[in-house]
Design a protein around this ligand. Sequence first.
Ligand code: SAM
Length: 295
Amino acid sequence: MATAAEEGAGPGAGGPGGKGSAAAGGPRGKKKGKRGRGKPGAGPKSRPPLPEGAVKRLGGHGEASRMPQKKYFRQRAHCNPLSDGCFDVPAGPAAMDWRQHFPDEALGEVKFVDLGCGFGGLLVKLGELYPGKCSLGMEIRDKVSAYVMERVKALRAENPGRYRNIACLRTNSMKYFVNYFRKGQLEKIFIMFPDPHFKTKNHVRRIVSINLLTEYAYLLAPGGVVYTMTDVEELGEWMRDKLERHPWFEEYTEREYADDLVIPYLTETSEEGQKVARNGGKTHMSVFRRRAALR
Ligand SMILES: C[S@@+](CC[C@H](N)C(=O)[O-])C[C@H]1O[C@@H](n2cnc3c(N)ncnc32)[C@H](O)[C@@H]1O
């Protein structure tokens, strides 16, 4: 069931681009004044050096081809997506220098996003499955996003010419998603095994809500797809309920579920999915398409 806050500012209050959605006000800039808050349009922050041994040198490919070791990048599992972190956020999509992340201009702009990409297992698979599309992982945790960045670097060095279509950004997608992409830019948004935030008072921290779906609908092209998966039954029902009630989304048909190339990889490639599979857990998936027009 949606919270009162969600109901109040849901699609009835605006829809994508309407009053009440972040999209309506255009890209969000950072507020000034408090310690630790980033500035819109600021350049990337310099990261402290990696700990000794954090990357493993791979044979014969020199310094650049060192695969990071996860044990050096572990971090507390949950963080609060509602608190202000120390992020550099572009003032708007036009302020983003994507060439730093995707060096080949010919690949075009980002089309697929993995929200809360964790250690990047699905992101890497997206790069392999869709070589002509740029996929971006967005991850809030510093060390975890640093791991994915190192992983991409190592994959590129080990496989010349490959994996240039994937990259990871450290950011809070719940606050700043619309700062990165223009309306209708995205084709696929993946939300794999999101943090469940079990307590009712913490449901506002969930990455699927009516408000956030309105942002996702704004950023997706008509026909674009949102993939959600979880092993938490209640969260699976929550996400499905929000998607079903959102006027801009409709569920995949059985045929579409069966034909979508990426679906078989969703559980087996993400690190959380692998954990669930190892433990014999059940997963709950909902895949919804963004409508071309409101019903
Ligand atoms: C349970 S993990 C799942 C990781 C990955 N999707 C997988 O399936 O292996 C959820 C991830 O989402 C990240 N996350 C949570 N809130 C986020 C936010 N607002 N923006 C970006 N990442 C977020 C967490 O740091 C965590 O890595």
